[in-house]
Design a protein around this ligand. Structure first.
Ligand code: AMP
Length: 542
């Protein structure tokens, strides 16, 4: 099969300058922008990470938005109305972030909202609550995302932060943040950590190496539609069946009854984590049913969900070409890891000790807050400008271990579109494969598709498919070719992906060279933020 570069033109990615801010005192928070719940943390003046409670004095804020007339309500109040006012509610928006408006949009009060604008409303609430609690303006944030998020999803998360008035210092992977929270004082000990993160709506597994001053991702996988809600649904359906058996009526057809049952099921699930049995009483239309449920029965009914988690654990280990004996610790993250059946399954996978001295709901936000301070310290070192309080600087930089370098791996394959002459079709050749540690470099030589080609247009894409249409275009690198080149003349292609997630693609065709720099995850430029914020309006978020 002869491999040749295709010609063709496709719009490339816009290169956007980083957002700059006038230098003043800065306050950074770490935000775990979750599918079902958000958490926020900061570093207190004594150098200790602390969770910031929201305006309702809760440590976790439900990621639910209620459009209530001219104002927007985010959190528990919105969640409590999610069925009664379903048409004015947005939840699970994290699952939609990064999608263009053609694929996801919601309209309220005559305005169309994208997923990142809706996420910005959640972040606005978190920022406002933090400012009230801390009694100072919050300027910067480190926001966490699942390790499997692609470039569009990460960029949209940055944009959401910017729209909420935050300077997004960094987007870091949730398991990386959890490991930072866990490893801060223990970095003098090299270790390979398996992060098992089962939250309300997503499941993530990551293997990382904590070595000296660095955290290196070795592998990641997950299921972003598997979480605590699936366990809740099993109880909901079980009670509904019992209700139907007793009264010949499905209580789930009534929305209010459905919502009530959902909250009862969630409470029952949590009870079963500490008690061997529970009872769920459900009333609807003047009729009621009492369903007794033992932990054993519940575990039997949800065995398939735990098995799903187990398969993903084995898969990520295999993908990283590792054995359980290579793992030193298993770190439990996410509220669902409080459940005995989940802990037992993880404990049964190997004899590796489980680490649970980090609060599983809060570890991600705490790690992000720590990374935020480290980012600002690094900036201070570069610019010489002091933006942190003396106390914070002293407390934090004197910690053993000092600054942590977080090394990531590519979450998606970076490829080039080629022409397959044998099958007369385009396909994607992987240059830097998924899960390669970054920085990474790849070099390959290809032949020109025909004689006398005037230019070679290299189409750079991201994705796991070999079909160009199923990958995300990242940009173009266009090189003029010397005259009269025969077919199959060598075109050398180099991909360099650095630690700041900047991809540099260089093309060398018989001495003619071209280079393109694709700066990823940079969000909006200041003028674009201004325009977009104006578009979002001055909605009051409470
Ligand atoms: P997270 O997204 O990490 O905050 O995880 C939230 C999920 O954990 C929700 O599905 C909660 O119902 C669940 N959860 C929290 N605490 C417990 C507990 N003690 N037992 C079982 N599930 C819990």
């Amino acid at each position: 099969m002869e491999i040749a570069l295709t010609l063709g033109v496709q719009p490339g990615l816009l290169l956007m300058p980083k957002m700059t801010q006038p230098m003043t005192r800065r306050k950074v928070v770490g935000i775990d922008l979750g599918t079902t719940f958000c958490a926020m943390a900061h570093i207190d003046p004594y150098g200790k990470p602390q969770i910031i409670p929201n305006g309702e004095s809760e440590r976790l804020t439900p990621s639910v938005i209620l459009f209530d007339g001219a104002s927007v309500i985010v959190g528990t109040l919105a969640k409590n109305n999610s069925v009664a006012e379903a048409e004015r509610i947005v939840d699970f928006v994290k699952r939609e972030i990064g999608k263009p408006k053609e694929q996801f949009q919601r309209e309220f009060n005559g305005k169309i909202y994208s997923a990142e604008e809706l996420s910005a409303l959640i972040l606005r609430k978190l920022k406002a609550d933090a400012e009230k609690y801390l009694k100072e303006p919050v300027t910067d944030a480190v926001i966490t995302v699942p390790a499997y998020f692609n470039d569009a999803e990460r960029t949209a998360t940055i944009t959401a932060g910017q729209l909420a008035g935050l300077n997004v210092l960094q987007i870091i992977n949730e398991p990386t943040a959890a490991a930072v929270a866990y490893g801060l004082d223990k970095l003098n000990e090299d270790q390979t950590v398996f992060v098992f993160d089962l939250g309300g709506g997503t499941f993530d597994v990551t293997i990382m190496r904590i070595e000296g001053q660095g955290i290196h991702m070795l592998g990641t996988n997950g299921d972003h539609r598997l979480g605590g809600k699936d366990w809740d649904d099993v109880i909901v359906n079980h009670v509904a069946e019992e209700f139907d058996r007793a009264h010949g009526e499905n209580p789930l057809l009534d929305l209010q009854s459905y919502q009530d049952l959902q909250s009862r099921a969630l409470a029952a699930k949590i009870q079963l984590s500490s008690r061997p049995r529970t009872a769920i009483v459900h009333s609807h239309n003047g009729k009621s049913v009492k369903v007794e449920l033992t932990r054993e029965e519940f575990e039997l009914k949800t065995r398939h969900l735990v098995e799903k988690c187990k398969t993903i654990c084995e898969m990520v280990l295999q993908e990283a070409r590792m054995e359980w004996s290579d793992i030193n610790k298993v770190l439990l993250v996410g509220g669902m890891t409080r459940m005995p059946m989940v802990r037992e399954m993880v404990a049964g996978l190997s004899s590796v000790p489980l680490v649970d001295d980090v609060n599983p709901d809060e570890a991600v936000a705490v790690g992000a807050a720590i990374q935020g301070i480290l980012s600002l310290l690094r900036e201070e070192e570069t610019t010489g400008e002091k933006t942190l309080s003396e106390d914070t600087r002293r407390q934090f930089s004197s910690r053993e271990g000092g600054l942590i370098q977080v090394t990531n791996i590519t979450s998606h394959t970076l490829g080039v579109v080629l022409w397959d002459e044998a099958h007369l079709e385009e396909y994607v050749f992987p240059m830097i494969r998924k899960m390669t540690a970054i920085p990474a470099t790849a070099r390959n030589s290809f032949g020109t598709a025909s004689a006398n080609m005037q230019r070679a247009v290299v189409r750079i894409v991201e994705g796991e498919s070999t079909l160009p249409a199923e990958c995300t275009p990242l940009g173009l690198c266009d090189v003029e070719l010397p005259a009269f080149l025969p077919k199959g003349s060598p075109v050398e292609l180099t991909y360099e992906y650095n630690a700041n997630q900047v991809l540099e693609v260089a093309v060398n065709a018989s001495g003619n060279q071209a280079k393109v720099r694709i700066e990823r995850n940079t969000g909006l430029a200041p003028d674009e933020v201004e325009r977009a914020t104006a578009g979002l309006g001055t909605i009051a978020v409470v």
